[in-house]
Design a protein around this ligand. Structure first.
Ligand code: SAM
Ligand code: SF4
Length: 371
């Protein structure tokens, strides 16, 4: 083990809640329902905790103590879990994430196997774009539907400061390669940090609009392994809108939000009528959307997290490895349902009556959950 790497102190095994109180309707599947009536249909699956960048809002400089290979979901286990989600539990879309999913050597094979089993399933991938140039066409050929590429700035110095790696040109080339491979519309994810790239917001939007990419700003969340997030330090959605309206007119996108985390705006140059495209803002901290949440998350080692900010996690790997009979599948599905039934009502930040004092940062960093 690399002793310089940071250990997050995540317990080896966290068990399923017993006696979860979830109603069993005569054995019929009730999907991934929670006790507040929400039904999770959007599966976020982390393929690895490893990453080749060290974004300051996510990873510590020295990296984390990576999971050992035998603790990671195998390709076959991933295919089985997605199959259970889609065929029995009402999953309607899948996002593959990490860590950095492109570092997983069997990524293309995993996507091809998922596509073969689920011809209609929307499968998307969130990536930092490093190494995408070489893989974009193979990912498209394997059946990937959509790509989100994270790129916070177009400036080399700020990119280096944010990610601690000098790979901006590679990321831009990767985005172009994905576009050339026909994976459109491409979404670009950006996190703004005060004094580093907040002044680049409008420029990044213009760059994205010029190329037909949909930019989405994500409020910085307290999910960094360094625990450096502060409410005063973060750039809020209101500030993001203000930063953009210096150059652009934003108006609410008339399309229904439909449970999407991003609030979308139509974008025009100031005072002009021509529609240039849209921009999204994901305000998880200051304008949380927990009441409409449809997500279920599985970490790279097969633990269900009902929420990004969950402090409980439920192990499915142990049950997956117990056997692959129909009754083993029943047990995995039931435990996944129990985990989702226990999903908290809200994450505790920014909700009326729930101050930050009630919020405790999870042990896991964003990279170890799967954003
Ligand atoms: N490595 C890939 C990437 O960066 O796109 C996929 C995993 S990353 C955890 C997924 C998304 O989470 C990225 O868009 C990243 O910018 C975002 N993210 C990471 N840490 C965050 C934080 N503390 N607050 C808000 N977004 C964060
Ligand atoms: Fe890696 Fe993505 Fe986290 Fe950046 S945000 S360190 S690219 S996992």
């Amino acid at each position: 083990m690399d002793t310089e790497r940071v250990a997050l102190g995540i317990p080896e095994v966290r068990q399923a809640p017993t006696g979860s109180g979830r109603p069993r309707l005569g054995g019929a599947e009730t999907g991934l329902l929670d006790q507040f009536g929400r039904v999770a249909t959007d599966m976020r699956l982390s393929l690895t905790d490893k990453c080749n960048l060290r974004c300051t809002y996510c990873m510590p400089e020295a990296g984390l103590e990576w999971l050992k290979k035998d603790k990671l979901l195998t390709a076959a286990e991933i295919v089985r879990l997605v199959g259970l989600g889609v065929n029995r539990l009402g999953v309607r879309e899948l996002r593959l994430t990490g860590g950095e999913p492109l570092v997983r050597a069997d990524l293309v094979e995993i996507i091809a196997a998922l596509r073969a089993n689920h011809p209609e399933l929307p499968i998307s991938l969130t990536t930092n774009g490093v190494g995408l140039t070489k893989k974009a066409q193979a990912l498209a050929d394997a059946g990937l539907t959509r790509l989100n590429v994270s790129m916070d700035t177009l400036h080399h110095d700020a990119f280096l400061q944010l990610t601690r790696r000098p790979f901006l040109d590679q990321v831009k080339a990767g985005i172009e390669a994905a576009s050339a491979a026909g994976m459109t519309p491409i979404k670009i994810n950006a996190v703004l940090l005060r004094g580093i790239n907040d002044a680049h917001a409008a420029e990044l939007l213009q760059w994205s609009l010029d190329r037909g990419y949909e930019l989405r700003f994500i409020e910085q969340m307290p999910l960094d392994a360094d625990h450096g997030w502060t409410r005063d330090g973060m750039i809020t959605a209101a500030e993001i809108r203000e930063l953009l309206t210096a150059d652009f007119d934003l108006s609410a996108d008339p399309r229904a939000r439909d449970g999407a985390p991003a609030e979308r705006f139509e974008v025009r140059h100031r005072g002009a009528t021509e529609l240039l495209g849209t921009v999204g803002i994901i305000a998880s901290v200051t304008e949380p959307f927990c009441a409409d949440c449809r997500r279920t998350r599985i970490t790279a080692e097969g633990k269900v997290m009902s929420c990004l900010f969950s402090r409980t996690e439920v192990d499915l790997l142990e049950l997956l490895r117990a056997g692959d009979s129909a009754s083993d599948d029943d047990a995995v599905a039931a435990r996944w349902q129990d985990a989702m039934w226990a999903k908290p009502k809200a994450h505790g930040m920014g909700h009326p009556g729930l101050g930050d004092a009630d919020f405790v940062q999870p042990d896991r960093s964003m990279s170890a959950i799967g954003g």
